[in-house]
Write a protein of this length. Structure first.
Length: 559
């Protein structure tokens, strides 16, 4: 039955708030091996009013491993470290948009044919000598890449290497969605179908289960929910963390009568990162705290700080929106949001991204919090209605489509992959999951350009490995990781611009980290501490890395 028209918009808003409360006569149950904090808050039960929500039943990863229902995917973990130096091959020193340049540089390295060829050689030779005999001679492997373009290049390089060596019994499949165009192959479009032309009508999952194919190269697809008991080894060339790391590596944990162990060879992630990801799910997954509803007010203030919309526009929009569908004027709804779209288009590109992300976070977080707590604030309900409509109208594109191409300016000069010792990652601690925290930024845009020389200098300093003195890579990484342990800095990064953060406790924390490293890096640490100029330069170089990592809640820098 059609409801009667509300007396006014305030009545409508109040009823909308009431309707968001969970019904008392319906029970919802969630079954998952990798619960997120939001899942536990929404589905968990409280034993006491002041206790944390918790699962109604547990069958832990530890118990499942001990009872033989799944295998321990962290028992044989071998990390590799990649070192390189990139040279400038032009005399000029052009300027690029900083964010785009760093993104382009990362892509340049990740997709460089020489790097991929070196990794493919490691993968194939390892697979031939150590993996093929496993699981009764039927063992399979998965190569996890970080992009569709990388999956394509891995597929081409792997096929080329196998043919060049004349190896038999190793055929690969490539799995990704959509179409990929590669500048090194002009006029050619790669699709999953074109790269797997020998499937003969089979889908990839069915083909990989057969005796014909032994290696599966993936880009996002099959990283979750994929069940293949013959999968024995995973070659990882993608940054993994949190629940994504657990879900990805757990593709290996399926048992088979002939399967005694599994193996992970990782080119990107260090053991500590993987341990940190798995630890919350090893025994009892608990909440550290519940989500603070007041986060919504923080995000609301952040959104209002951009000046994209005005309170009177929100009110006018909601008043029109609360009419019956039959009397609602769509043109009026657009007229109340068009000014916000115009102001949004006047923002800098980075501000546009931050505003859109913050608004999307607000809408989603408001819906979530209303499901776990009674939150009768009409202003937030109105902003949620207005924001959901506005999000659909905010344009993408503009400068976002203009990418930086570094190929004419740089060339890979040195490259080395170094194998670290194979190890078992032991899970002992069971840290609780953190609740939903504030998202979004202040919208300020700083240091938006970077010169080619500065970009190469900074990156080579961090990634040079044996090509620079005193092991600068390990020194820099250890210093940054030590600084990231500072809880006060994490709070300051979240509530301040980078410039204000720089003048807070950052310098002191950096100096303290260098002092504590003297025992391991005496020469380099002493040089930095004894030279004010070197200390200032070193501080400025690390500022971007530390500030960004703290804003993103990262615990360490791995490369």
């Amino acid at each position: 039955q059609e409801e009667e028209e509300p007396e006014d918009s305030e009545d409508f808003i109040q009823r909308a708030i009431e309707k968001k409360q969970p019904p008392k006569n319906i029970s919802f149950y969630a079954f998952t091996a990798t619960p997120k904090a939001k899942t536990i808050e929404m589905f968990g039960r409280k034993k006491k009013p002041d206790s944390m929500p918790e699962a109604f039943h547990l069958y832990t990863m530890r118990q499942a491993i001990e009872e033989g229902f799944i295998l321990d995917v962290l028992k044989h973990f071998t990390p590799y470290k990649v070192f390189y130096r990139v040279a400038q091959k032009v005399t000029e020193n052009p300027e690029f948009d900083k964010t785009k340049a760093i993104r382009a540089f990362t892509k340049y390295i990740k997709l460089h044919p020489y790097q991929i060829s070196q990794k493919v050689e490691i993968i194939i030779e390892h697979f031939r000598h150590f993996v093929m005999p496993k699981v009764g001679g039927k063992a399979k492997a998965m190569v996890v890449t970080d992009s569709r373009a990388a999956a394509v290049r891995y597929g081409l390089a792997l096929e080329e290497y196998i043919q060049e060596k004349g190896y038999e019994g190793i055929k690969a499949l490539v799995a990704f969605s959509g179409a990929v165009e590669d500048k090194d192959f002009p006029g050619k479009t790669f699709t999953e179908s074109s790269m797997n032309s020998n499937l003969k009508g089979q889908d990839i999952k069915e083909a990989f289960a057969s005796d014909v194919f032994r290696v599966l190269i993936v880009a996002n697809k099959f990283q979750t929910g994929f069940d293949e008991p013959l999968l024995h080894t995973m070659y990882v060339d993608k940054k993994l963390s949190g629940v994504t790391a657990v879900q990805t590596l757990s593709r290996l944990n399926r048992t088979h009568p002939d399967k005694r162990d599994v193996f992970v060879l990782d080119f990107v992630n260090d053991p500590e990162t993987i341990k940190e990801a798995f630890s919350p799910y090893y025994t009892c997954t608990e909440l550290e705290n519940e989500t603070d509803p007041n986060i919504l007010y923080d995000i609301q203030r952040t959104l209002e700080g951009y000046g994209v919309f005005y309170p009177e526009e929100v009110e006018a929009f909601v008043k029109e929106f609360t009419r019956k569908n039959s009397t609602r004027n769509q043109a009026a709804l657009h007229s109340h949001t068009d000014p916000a779209v115009d102001r949004f288009e006047g923002l800098e590109e980075e501000q546009q991204t931050d505003f859109r992300d913050s608004l999307q976070t607000f809408v989603r977080l408001y819906d979530f919090i209303c499901q776990i707590a009674y939150f009768p604030d009409p202003a937030l309900e109105k902003l949620s209605i207005f924001g959901r409509f506005l999000l659909r109208k905010l344009p993408y594109g503009g400068q976002q489509g203009v990418r930086v191409n570094l190929d004419p300016y740089v060339e890979l000069e040195h490259f080395k992959i170094e194998k670290k010792a194979e190890q078992q990652i032991l899970l002992e601690d069971n840290p609780p999951l953190s609740p939903v925290s504030e998202a979004g930024t202040s919208g300020s845009k700083e240091d938006d350009t970077i010169t080619l020389a500065d970009l190469l200098s900074r990156v080579n300093e961090l990634f040079a490995g044996q090509f620079s003195e005193n092991d600068k890579v390990d020194f820099t990484r250890s210093i940054v990781n030590k600084v990231l342990e500072n809880g006060n800095l994490r709070v300051q990064a979240k509530s301040n611009s980078k410039e204000n953060f720089k003048h807070g406790d950052y310098r002191g924390a950096l100096q303290e980290a260098i002092i504590t490293s003297i025992g391991k890096q005496g020469d380099l640490a002493s040089q930095v501490l004894s030279d004010k100029h070197k200390m200032a330069v070193f501080s400025d170089i690390l500022l971007d890395v530390v500030y960004k990592a703290l804003k993103e809640d990262r615990q360490n820098i791995n490369r």
